[in-house]
Design a binder for this molecule. Structure first.
Ligand SMILES: C[S@@+](CC[C@H](N)C(=O)[O-])C[C@H]1O[C@@H](n2cnc3c(N)ncnc32)[C@H](O)[C@@H]1O
Length: 277
């Protein structure tokens, strides 16, 4: 006999996510199931729990339990100038429009440990736009935000980042932007002078500012259709008339209810423009 009833693990998972929402106000209820399950299983293994219910008890009652689980539920994987063709397209196709504004507001949503923010700041600096820009860099993971503020990244990643930077149309030596420090490399602090790193959830919070460009990459892949629609709604509301939206290489607006409210600027590179109203 086949049944559509959820199995025990799925039931426990839903209870865990609900408990996290009720107790900590972090809303993972509309994240996609399969990938969330994999991450919870990894957390169980690392946190020494045999069942999701045992993990839930730990998360509810142990001081550090939720902070630990959060590192699994959010996926901090990132790199500088990730998918360099995206940054090249921003440089060649978005920057000419951004130049026309006397001041700029840019939102990097789901910024993780900051690599995307530093990449955009470098690009804006090279295009003479950084000084007139305010960048809001937001995420729900406080540890990631703290790392982003520090701006210290592993030395061994610099070879890949240098290659990415060059493919992204970088105009200088990449090493001009950092010095060896704190067991890694410290990026030029002037890059983040006008950056506000802040806690903001795309699942529960609202729009906080009008922006000209929103870059939200490799975040929506973890959300179901309903949550994706919510987020596209936030971006549409935040963006100014004909503002720009950049997504990750596996993300699309095509099947969302906002599909007709954005038009492609560079479809392959996932750059879109708001169609008003
Ligand atoms: C895979 S990283 C992407 C980092 C960067 N944007 C990139 O493309 O390299 C996904 C980030 O989204 C963040 N995130 C997950 N859910 C979020 C939410 N509801 N609101 C804001 N950020 C969220 C995670 O904490 C994580 O830092």
């Amino acid at each position: 006999m086949t049944t559509n009833a959820p199995n025990d693990v799925d039931i426990e998972l839903r209870m865990l996510v609900e408990a996290v929402y009720l107790k900590y106000n972090y809303d993972f209820r509309d994240y996609t199931g399969a990938s969330q399950k994999r991450r919870v299983v990894a957390a169980m293994r690392e946190m020494g729990c045999d069942t999701v219910s045992a993990l839930q008890a730990k998360v509810m009652h142990e001081p550090n339990g939720f902070a630990q689980l959060l590192q699994y539920l959010t996926i901090p994987v990132t790199e500088m100038f990730r998918d360099p063709e995206y940054f090249l397209a921003v440089r060649e196709q978005v920057v000419p429009f951004l130049r026309t504004y006397p001041s700029l507001k840019i939102w990097v949503a789901g910024c993780s440990t900051g690599e995307e923010v530093y990449s955009l700041a470098i690009l804006l600096k090279e295009e003479g736009l950084l000084e007139r820009s305010i960048i809001y860099a937001t995420d729900i993971n406080p540890e990631s935000l703290e790392a982003a503020r520090r701006g210290v990244f592993p030395l061994e990643r610099m070879r890949l980042y240098t290659e990415n930077y060059q493919k992204a149309g970088g105009k200088q030596a990449f090493s001009d932007y950092y010095v060896a420090a704190y067991g890694g490399v410290l990026f030029d602090r002037s890059l983040v002078e006008n950056v506000t790193f802040a806690d903001h959830s795309l699942a529960t919070d609202s729009v906080f500012s009008e922006t000209h460009f929103v870059s939200c990459r490799n975040v929506l892949i973890y959300f179901n259709r309903r949550l994706q629609d919510r987020v596209f709604g936030l971006f549409h509301e935040s963006l100014c008339h004909r503002g720009f939206l950049g997504l990750g290489s596996k993300e699309s607006i095509d099947f969302s209810s906002y599909a007709t409210r954005f038009e492609p600027l560079a479809r392959r590179e996932r750059l879109f423009r708001k169609v008003s109203p």
